[in-house]
Design a protein around this ligand. Sequence first.
Ligand code: DGL
Length: 259
Amino acid sequence: MIGIFDSGLGGLTAYRELHKLLPNEQFVYFGDTGRVPYGSRSHEILKKYARQDIDFLRTKGVDVILAACGTVSSVVLDEIAAEYTVPLVGVVDASVAEALAATQNGIIGVIGTGATISSGAFAKKIKAARADAQVVSVACPLFVPLVENGYIQRDCTVTKLVAADYLAPIKASGADTLILGCTHFPIIADIIGDLLPGVTLISSGAAAARAIAKEYPTSDAVGSSEFFVSDSPVNFDEVARVFLGGETVTAKKVDIEKY
Ligand code: DGL
């Protein structure tokens, strides 16, 4: 069983890919919708939230946990991974590897939450692997509430306007590859892609999903997916259904503060 968590809907970008690659697997997803956004939280709070999310998923008997959250992956995952016997996988390594494989000109853009960009986690890993790479990092925190509130249609004027402003430095840099370092961002990949024609977009959640699927034994059991959230499921279910192409999602509410 694979556990996946995020502050909200973003981790579905990893879930969608994993579910496609491992259709017979059992999944349990937790979206911390009662405490989203994570990207503006302090290090200490993020550690507390990540531990609670992990502890909740452990009660379900998962074999591996994907922190499908760029913020948790960048800021606290390395620090807390040693506390657990269950393997914890983040989204940084796999997306950096895909970006390095994709870039032709060595100019790589990274967008993420404020906490992710301040941590420098993506840029450090890119530079460690390729010292001559040029990294252009931009925090795009407003994308998170836009996605959580369903402003995700390709022609959404509000999201297009915000994106044009955020992405101007990426465009100006000549980057040919852009890491969507927050897992919420691939949900508006159409809008981002329209503003950056010719740029290869790397979904950090999907990249991590591909990395896990490569290692995970395939099964011929009957697959299943359970979704949990920490606030009312209504909005989550609705946006999740749109993003997952019509799949019905019926999330259950969990009191995450108990963990
Ligand atoms: N989806 C998460 C990330 O990848 C968190 C966004 C947020 O809650 O600020 O960073």
